[in-house]
Design a protein around this ligand. Structure first.
Ligand SMILES: *Cc1c(COP(=O)(O)O)cnc(C)c1O
Length: 393
């Protein structure tokens, strides 16, 4: 096998002619910014997920910010999330002036651990420091143990925002991720490496009409044109009111049209991701790598295919794969170890399962456009890298 083959990224979008036409149609229409295509996209995602409402926004990060804001998170509140996530899950709390803390991960699935959460909640109850919101992150596309987290929310009175940036198309206990059966709000991302893309974009799904209205208002400066919502009387048909400070977080019709077109292929994308995962499972057997544990309650959308390997060889193996044109990656550097979080008082050793995982993890390429031969190429390079490194497991 030649090592001079094309670079194989860890993830990439799949765009076809129908996607291109959908965007071009919008360019020829009356609306470029938020218009009828955004409404269509919202209907498409909410009905796929089985949620009552969908509110499209500019990014998955904006969706997290809006979700916390409409749940009333502000100064003095506490928000907890997983350390094994993209920084945005934690940053959203800080945008609201709240403080962030983390809950260590399950050593098998690397999702937020319900056991660790239960123990931390018990301690927080004693000290009067319970969180207002917990954000479970469906790492790699596999749902967190939502029934257990939901039960803890009932007992300790916190709200739940699911960060489903990896998990659109996955399911949990027979229901689709995004249906909000276990949470107040689910947030989605349509960044090109995610399951479906709008270039940049995000969405909140919820079953609460008032939360949906608040999120829709928040994404457009906190402005309403609905006289029924106004303070006092409307001045006339031109009138609008800013009810509270919002942001400009709107999605464009160009993006939304791409999103609706992509939604038509979501199930095929996820089916192919599942095939690739099964191929990896099969072909990597015998190599000193271990895939993440599978929760039988969940069916993953397979945003990421992650393996763990001996921490002593992770770096040489990573470098050998990159040198051979294989776009391996590391998801994620634990958020609490980022300098901006260290400044808030977080230190190494605080979340040992997350930190151990970080030393051992490697994300292999995974996207629906990959061929079976690409999977085989990854295995061959991986096998060679292990053979060359002196101390594999
Ligand atoms: C991608 C991602 C986000 C942020 O989404 P953007 O659309 O890039 O803003 C948030 N959380 C997780 C877990 C993500 O992977």
């Amino acid at each position: 096998m030649s090592e001079a083959q094309a670079f194989l990224p860890y993830g990439r979008q799949q765009i076809d002619e129908a996607d291109v036409e959908a965007v071009v149609d919008v360019l020829r229409s009356d609306y470029l910014t938020q218009g009828p295509a955004v409404e269509r996209f919202e209907r498409s995602v909410k009905s796929f997920c089985g949620a009552g409402h969908g509110v499209a926004v500019a990014s998955g990060t904006a969706a997290l910010h809006a979700a916390l804001k409409v749940l009333g998170v502000g100064h003095g509140d506490r928000v907890w999330t997983s350390p094994i996530t993209f920084v945005a899950s934690a940053n959203a709390a800080r945008y609201c002036g709240a403080s962030v803390d983390f809950v260590d991960v399950d050593p098998g699935t690397v999702n937020l651990s319900p056991q660790a959460l239960g123990a931390k909640l018990q301690a927080a109850e004693q000290s009067g420091t319970l969180p207002k919101v917990v954000i479970p992150v469906h790492f790699g596309g596999q749902s967190c143990a939502m029934d257990e987290i939901h039960a803890l929310a009932g007992r300790y009175g916190f709200r739940i925002v699911e960060d489903a940036a990896h998990a659109l198309g996955g399911d949990y206990l027979g229901g689709r991720v995004g249906n909000c059966r276990w949470s107040d709000i689910v947030t989605h991302s349509f960044h090109p490496v995610k399951i479906v893309t709008t270039g940049e974009g995000g969405m909140l799904t919820t079953n609460d009409a008032e939360l949906a209205w608040k999120a829709a208002t928040f994404r457009t400066h906190g402005i309403t044109r609905d006289p029924a919502r106004m303070v006092g009387e409307s001045d006339g048909p031109w009138y609008y009111q800013q009810l509270e400070l919002g942001y400009h977080y709107r999605m464009t019709d160009l993006q939304a049209a791409l999103g609706t077109s992509q939604m038509g292929k979501l199930e095929a994308f996820v089916a192919r991701r599942r095939e690739i995962a099964a191929l990896y499972d099969e072909t990597l057997r015998g190599l000193p790598v271990e895939p993440l544990a599978r929760d039988t309650r969940a069916r993953s959308a397979w945003h990421l295919y992650v393996v763990r390997l001996n921490s002593a060889v992770r770096r040489p193996v990573f470098e050998a794969l990159r040198a051979a044109g294989i776009g391996v990656n590391v998801h994620y550097i634990p958020v609490h170890l980022q300098p901006d979080y260290r400044r808030l008082g977080f230190e190494p050793g605080m979340f040992p399962e997350a930190e151990r995982y970080y030393g051992e993890c490697l994300t292999l390429p995974m996207f629906p456009g990959m061929s079976d031969a690409d999977v085989e190429r990854v295995r061959a390079v991986l096998a060679k890298a292990f053979a060359q490194s002196s101390c594999s497991l």
